[in-house]
Design a protein around this ligand. Structure first.
Ligand SMILES: *Cc1c(COP(=O)(O)O)cnc(C)c1O
Length: 354
C-alpha cells in the first residue's frame, strides 16, 4: 500500500471561507473591481494575446510596467504566480535541508507552512505583548539561532502594524549573512516606509510585492520579487519557465501602466480604511470590555483583540458578512463606505446582545 510521507499525510487543502456572503471582508482584497474604462482596456489587451503560444518566460512587459510605477530597475525584478509562489520558491531554493529560517508570530501563516514542507528548521520569534517587533531582540534571536533566512510581512498581516524603515535598515545591516525577505504586500497603504528605493544598498534582501491588494487584481495571480542582480538571477533560474501566463501578463501590464488609475484606487482604499478605523474606535469606546484593543492600522484592514472572536465571527455570517478570525482576535478589511456601515451596524447589534 502506498503511504504518504509524514510531512504531508495530515495536511488539508487550504480552505478560504466558502459560501455566498453579501459582504466579503475576510481576505484583505480590494473592495473595488476594475472600473468600466479599465475593463475595456483590459479586454482589448486580452484579445491581443496569442493563446496558442507559451507566455513570455521573463514577464518583460508587466515587469516594465511595475518598474515604472515604483521607479525601480527592471533588472532587479522577478515575476511570480502571486507572491505565494515566490515565497515558496525562495524558501525552498535559498535554504538547504536543516537550515534555519526565522518567522514571527503573529504573522502570515504561509511562511512557516512552506518551510515545513522543505524540511528546513523553522524558529518562531514572539512579538511583544502589544504585537510590535523589538528589533534588537529579533536580531539577537536570529544570531542565536544561526538563521539563514528571516521572513516577515511589513506592514504585518494580521496585526496591521508597521515596522519603521530605520528598524528595517538596522535588521538588514546587523544580519549580513542572513537572507531577509520583506513582504511589503500592504506597503502601498503606508506612505514613505517602503525599502524598495533602497534595495540596491543590500545584497541580503528580497522585497515581495503583490498585485492582489492595493492594485486590486487578486483574481489573476501575480507578484514580484525585487532584489540584487545576483539574487534575481538565481530566482529566475529556479522558477518554472512559464510561471506567469500571458492573460495575467496582459492584464497586469494594462492596469499598472495607468499610474493615475492606481493612485486613485489606492487612495480611495486608504480613505475608506481611515473612516472605518475611526468608527471602530468609537465602537470600542462603547464596548471596551468586548473590543479590548484596536491596533493602529497602516494597512487596508483593522485588527481587533477580543475574547469574543468566535461568537462575533459566527454572528457576522448571520448578517451575511464574512470576516477573518484568529484565536483572540478578529480581522476585517475595509469595504466600500456602504459595506463598512453595514459592518458597524452588525457589530453594534451583535455586541449589544452579548
Ligand atoms: C495577501 C498577501 C500576500 C499576497 O499573496 P498573493 O499570492 O500575491 O496573492 C502576500 N503576503 C501577505 C502577507 C499577504 O497578506
Amino acid at each position: 500500500m502506498y503511504e504518504l510521507n509524514k510531512k504531508i499525510s495530515n495536511l488539508k487543502p487550504y480552505k478560504a471561507i466558502e459560501g455566498n456572503y453579501k459582504i466579503r471582508l475576510d481576505a484583505n482584497e480590494s473592495c473595488f473591481n476594475l472600473d468600466e474604462t479599465m475593463l475595456e482596456e483590459v479586454s482589448k489587451a486580452v484579445s491581443k494575446v496569442a493563446f496558442n503560444r507559451y507566455p513570455d518566460w521573463s514577464a518583460k512587459e508587466p515587469i516594465k510596467a511595475f518598474a515604472n510605477l515604483y521607479d525601480l530597475d527592471e533588472n532587479l525584478i522577478t515575476a511570480g504566480n502571486g507572491s505565494d509562489e515566490l515565497i515558496s520558491i525562495i524558501e525552498s531554493c535559498f535554504l538547504e535541508t536543516g537550515d534555519t529560517i526565522v518567522t514571527l508570530s503573529n504573522d502570515f501563516s504561509m511562511y512557516a507552512f512552506y518551510s515545513s514542507l522543505y524540511e528546513t528548521n523553522v524558529e518562531i520569534f514572539q512579538k511583544e505583548q502589544d504585537l510590535t517587533i523589538n528589533v534588537d531582540k529579533l536580531i539577537e534571536f536570529c544570531i542565536e539561532k544561526d538563521a539563514r533566512g528571516l521572513i516577515f510581512s511589513n506592514p504585518c498581516n494580521p496585526t496591521s502594524l508597521g515596522l519603521v524603515k530605520e528598524d528595517v535598515r538596522k535588521l538588514l545591516k546587523s544580519l549580513p549573512n542572513c537572507l531577509i525577505i520583506l513582504d511589503e504586500a500592504y506597503m502601498d497603504f503606508w506612505k514613505n516606509q517602503s525599502m524598495l528605493g533602497e534595495i540596491k544598498d543590500y545584497d541580503n534582501c528580497i522585497i515581495l510585492k503583490t498585485c492582489s491588494k492595493a492594485l486590486g487584481l487578486a483574481s489573476i495571480r501575480m507578484g514580484f520579487a525585487i532584489a540584487s542582480e545576483k539574487i534575481t538571477n538565481a530566482l529566475k533560474s529556479v522558477k518554472s519557465p512559464y510561471n506567469t501566463d500571458s492573460v495575467s501578463q496582459a492584464i497586469v501590464t494594462t492596469v499598472l501602466s495607468d499610474r493615475f488609475y492606481v493612485d486613485i484606487h489606492t487612495n480611495q482604499i486608504i480613505e475608506n480604511l481611515q473612516g472605518f478605523y475611526l468608527d471602530i474606535l468609537k465602537l470600542q469606546e462603547k464596548y471596551p470590555n468586548v473590543l479590548e484593543k484596536v491596533y493602529k492600522s497602516v494597512t487596508n484592514f483593522v485588527f481587533i483583540k477580543t475574547s469574543y472572536d468566535e461568537t462575533i465571527f459566527n454572528k457576522m455570517f448571520e448578517h451575511s458578512i464574512a470576516i477573518r478570525r484568529f484565536n483572540g482576535y478578529i480581522r476585517i478589511n475595509t469595504g466600500t463606505k456602504f459595506e463598512n456601515q453595514e459592518v458597524l451596524n452588525a457589530l453594534d447589534e451583535i455586541i449589544s446582545e452579548l
